[in-house]
Design a protein around this ligand. Structure first.
Ligand SMILES: Nc1ncnc2c1ncn2[C@@H]1O[C@H](COP(=O)(O)OP(=O)(O)OP(=O)(O)O)[C@@H](O)[C@H]1O
Length: 484
């Protein structure tokens, strides 16, 4: 009896030793085999249950979306995959990246809320060939978990799989820039290289913006718990060429959202505005640039005075009263803030203006735009960032002098103008810095025509374009704001 007991002990010791050396897939096979043996010997009920996720469903073999989602999800479980020594690999046609997965019949372990589940992929030849349904194999995933955990796995874990897959797909999909064209959105791939690392901003602003965006993106439960629409508003203001458009691109790149660039002059009325908003998807940055110039949304008191002066002549010439004006400030406020704005989630609204003082106080009141961000002339830290980006220079003997000049400069330089001076003298940094010094000391030889235009002319009649990173305006037809 004693010798049998010691034999049993030594077997157990050998098993424990074997357990540490066996590769995980083999261990799982053994586990499963022993479980089956145990069930056979002692007739115990299987404490596990299984779910089948087949690639094709039903008699007419419709594609099962969840099968694809599971495949993508499992591909993201890198630490579980890395613990295996037998893997499959393929390269994606779309983005050229490598994707690893387990061979058929090998179990991949995952955990969710402290529970453990196991996925296995199987494929077997379809009976009677391919029957005209593409693949000859019947493929599917099997999910195995404890029966007692059924209420957590179904559907919370399954929803989790779909959600993670949606995020992965969103990250891998090319992002889009939408522009409105009379009632509908037209899309084009969005590839703007601006990031918070390339922007020259005042100290700490990039970090504050990134932190704010990160909190917003992870804020679903916060917004829902507090009964708030999951959206955020930024007003970017400052002179032309200080990086407002570049910051929009940096924001979109940071959060990886699509951009909807709303041109208000192409929106005929509030109903169209509403319809455009409803067509936007979640995870969207909705931008209205130069909001003070887009439509008559300036200070309402001033507008009222203007209206009363001109209403008579306007009505007689057009037959439409000012009261019946089609696109209104209240329509726009409803767009960003009111009930309409709640028909989608995870949206960032950005308005830009060169003249914050011209905006109606209703647009500026606390809570409307969450952050008002001033982008201004080039400070010394911003200059150093541009010099580092464009010339690869971190420090230079002229920096003390330049800091002094930029701090006291009577003729302030925009980051756009600074970038141009550095880029055009890339091969000779000393010459670039001398040019910056000279620009600090005296105004540019030729006044910046775009600044003159932007002050006097109605921007609705000005076309905006970019060439080599600079913003250019050219007149479609010069029409002064008040007809001058
Ligand atoms: N803060 C900045 N950091 C880095 N580059 C900048 C910055 N500001 C401007 N630039 C450069 O100047 C160019 C024009 O800037 P951008 O169009 O972003 O300015 P803006 O403020 O939107 O001008 P506008 O009001 O005329 O639309 C950009 O392509 C970028 O190269």
């Amino acid at each position: 009896m004693e010798s049998l007991f010691s034999k049993l002990c030594s077997y157990m010791g050998a098993f424990a030793l074997l357990q540490t050396f066996l590769p995980p897939p083999l261990r799982q096979y053994l586990d499963r085999g022993l479980e089956l043996l145990w069930e056979k010997l002692f007739q115990t009920a299987d404490p596990y249950m299984e779910l089948q996720v087949e690639e094709k469903m039903g008699g007419n073999h419709n594609v099962n979306v969840f099968y694809r989602q599971v495949g993508i999800y499992l591909g993201s479980l890198r630490s579980s995959i890395d613990s295996h020594t037998h893997l499959k690999v393929c390269r994606s046609l779309e983005n050229g990246s490598l994707a690893f997965s387990l061979p058929d019949n090998e179990a991949l372990e995952d955990s969710f809320k402290g529970l453990h589940v196991w996925w296995t992929h199987t494929s077997r030849e379809r009976e009677g060939g391919n029957n005209g349904y593409g693949s000859r194999d019947e493929r599917g995933f099997t999910l195995r978990f404890m029966k007692a955990e059924r209420s957590i796995i179904m559907p919370a874990y399954l929803d989790h799989v779909s959600m993670v897959c949606a995020e992965i797909e969103h990250r891998n999909t090319e992002r889009l820039l939408y522009t409105n064209n009379y009632g509908s959105w037209e899309q084009t791939p969005f590839k703007h290289p601006s990031t918070f690392d390339t922007l020259a901003l005042d100290d700490g602003l990039a970090d504050r913006m990134k932190a704010d965006l990160d909190v917003f993106c992870k804020g679903e439960s916060f917004y829902h718990k507090n009964g708030r629409a999951w959206k955020r508003g930024y007003l970017l203001y400052g002179p032309p060429g200080t990086g407002k458009s570049s910051m929009i691109a940096a924001i979109a790149n940071h959060v990886e959202y699509d951009i909807y660039d709303l041109e208000l002059t192409k929106v005929s009325d509030n109903a169209e505005l509403k319809s455009l908003l409803i067509q936007t998807t979640r995870k969207a940055v909705i931008v209205i640039e130069d909001i003070d110039c887009s439509v008559e949304l300036s200070n309402r008191t001033a507008a009222k005075d203007m209206d009363s002066m001109s209403s008579e002549s306007h009505e007689s010439s057009t037959g439409v009263s000012n009261e019946g004006r089609k696109l209104t400030l209240s329509g726009l406020l409803n767009f960003t803030d009111g009930l309409w704005s709640c028909c989608g989630e995870e949206r960032i609204f950005i308005f830009t203006t060169n003249h914050k003082d011209r905006l109606d106080s209703a647009l500026l009141r606390p809570g409307r735009m969450d952050m008002h961000i001033l982008l201004s002339y080039c400070s010394f830290p911003a200059f150093k960032k541009l010099a580092s980006n464009y010339l690869g220079i971190q420090d230079h003997p002229m920096y003390t002098e330049l800091e002094d000049a930029l701090t006291r400069a009577p003729h302030r330089i925009t980051p756009a103008a600074m970038a141009e001076m550095l880029i055009s003298n890339q091969s000779d940094p000393d010459a670039a810095f001398r040019l910056v010094m000279a620009s600090c000391a005296s105004p540019p030889a030729v006044a910046n025509p775009l600044e003159v235009l932007s002050v006097n002319a109605n921007k609705r009649s000005i076309k905006k374009g970019r060439f080599r990173g600079r913003t250019f305006f050219f007149l479609a037809a010069i029409r002064g704001k008040h007809g001058d």
